[in-house]
Design a protein around this ligand. Structure first.
Ligand SMILES: *[C@@H]1O[C@H](CO)[C@@H](O)[C@H](O)[C@H]1NC(C)=O
Ligand SMILES: *[C@@H]1O[C@H](CO)[C@@H](O)[C@H](O)[C@H]1NC(C)=O
Ligand SMILES: [Zn+2]
Length: 410
């Protein structure tokens, strides 16, 4: 009896190792796809998108959640990189700034071809897995990036956008954001306006994933009702476990189950635990909950690394993913369920979105009605100088110069 006593810690250690080893084995065959990483934003903020600067070298980049050695240690095989521009660029230079963030993602792929490969479809992801590279995709975070134009939406698609988050933390003229549910913003579109519905249909037609992270619950429900393809939440957790409005409530999780969609869990402490501290185990609780309510086919990872200031103990950076997988195995997730969360669920959703797309059907020519643009200074073809002045201080100078010049010429 006493002999068994001192053996217990040893047994515990060996069991822990068993899950670790099993996690790594599964991930080597089926690497992880993460739904949301803000490294491109770090490149802008710290290096003005100058990837060539010495400190920006992704092989050695310090003080970030993400770099190449950490991605390799974390067995990350696919990443939606976020092309994010802040809400205060709305109706200003959002489109230009979005193009620059998409460009920096393309340049990451170009600069590190042994690590990254930019892909735009599910086949490309599978090929990258085989080649041992990180399949890199572009998610545009925030509907303000299309400046209420389906033409811009299509142009972004052609440049590689494969998900569009319908809102960031601000309303667009056509979709409401989560701050409406918090009471900090006014409902404007009651979910999606008529033009917002055209946006969803156009995303379906093109084969772009519809991302409902950051949106209001009414927007989630409207998009889930309208989309003919599964939708995703690229970086959101479960409202039932932490009553933060950025999280997904259970009734929406049930709709996600019906829709065949996917919720990729966000690791930000404030969404995981509703406080500044959180743990890996609490993240696993969110995964368990989403699995229970929406089904094992609806679970994924959207760590929000390098986009948040606090991450859980045990999930300090992207290298820690295998520890989270080990925890799921400890909680008796089957290998199939784990593979689903790692990559199979996202691949299934992406393939369904591709299947539902229809490039032979004509592009929508709908324009946003003027009344939906009440707060914006957007201009039309027969536009007035006055409204264009609001857009950028530079425009004011340019217009002044033009005015002076034309006076002289007259
Ligand atoms: C879903 O869409 C149908 C039309 O296709 C509409 O009648 C119904 O009210 C919508 N439901 C919700 C909850 O938006
Ligand atoms: C695609 O769109 C075309 C043109 O609108 C239509 O004729 C065709 O039936 C559509 N295909 C599918 C699979 O829906
Ligand atoms: Zn976000």
């Amino acid at each position: 009896m006493w002999a068994g006593w001192w053996l217990w810690p040893l047994v515990a250690i060996c069991t822990a190792d068993r899950f670790q080893e099993e996690a790594k084995k599964i991930m080597q065959a089926s690497p992880l796809i993460d739904g949301h990483n803000d490294l491109p934003w770090v490149m802008l903020k710290r290096f003005q998108n100058q990837l060539g600067s010495k400190e920006a070298d992704l092989n050695h980049l310090a003080n970030t959640h993400t770099n190449i050695p950490k991605l390799k240690a974390g067995l990350v095989g696919g990443q939606f990189w976020s092309a994010y521009v802040p809400c205060d660029t709305q109706n200003k230079d959002a489109v230009r700034r979005t193009l620059e963030q998409m460009d920096v993602i393309h340049r990451m792929c170009q600069k590190y071809p042994e690590t990254f490969v930019c892909v735009t479809n599910s086949k490309g992801i599978r090929q990258a897995f085989q080649d041992g590279k990180v399949a890199s995709l572009i998610g545009v975070e925030g509907g303000h990036s299309i400046d209420s134009s389906l033409g811009v939406l299509r142009a972004l698609y052609h440049l590689g956008m494969r998900y569009l988050t319908l809102t960031h933390s601000c309303n667009t003229p056509w979709a409401d954001n989560w701050l409406v549910d918090k009471g900090d913003d006014k409902a404007q579109s009651q979910g999606l306006s008529l033009f917002g519905k055209s946006v969803v249909r156009e995303l379906n037609r093109l084969g772009v994933l519809i991302d409902l992270a950051h949106t209001s619950v009414a927007t989630m429900k409207a998009a889930l009702n309208l989309s003919v393809a599964p939708v995703i939440f690229s970086h959101s957790s479960a409202f039932q476990l932490c009553q933060h409005r950025r999280n997904v409530p259970d009734d929406v999780l049930q709709l996600v189950r019906k829709n065949g969609g996917l919720v990729m869990v966000n690791f930000y402490n404030d969404y995981v635990a509703c406080q500044q501290q959180a743990t890996l185990s609490q993240v696993a609780d969110h995964l368990d909950h989403i699995k229970k309510v929406a089904g094992a086919g609806a679970v994924g990872f959207g760590g929000d690394f390098d986009g948040v200031s606090r991450v859980p103990t045990g999930l300090e950076d992207v290298s820690k993913y295998p520890d989270l997988i080990a925890e799921l195995l400890r909680r008796q997730w089957t290998e199939e369920e784990v593979r689903g969360a790692l990559a199979d669920n996202l691949l299934r959703v992406f393939e369904a979105v591709e299947q539902a797309s229809n490039h032979s059907s004509p592009p929508s020519e709908e324009v946003i009605p003027r009344e939906e643009l009440e707060d914006s200074c957007r201009t039309y073809y027969g536009y007035s100088e006055a409204s264009s002045l609001h857009r950028q201080p530079g425009a004011l100078l340019a217009s002044l110069a033009t005015a002076l010049l034309s006076l002289r010429l007259l």
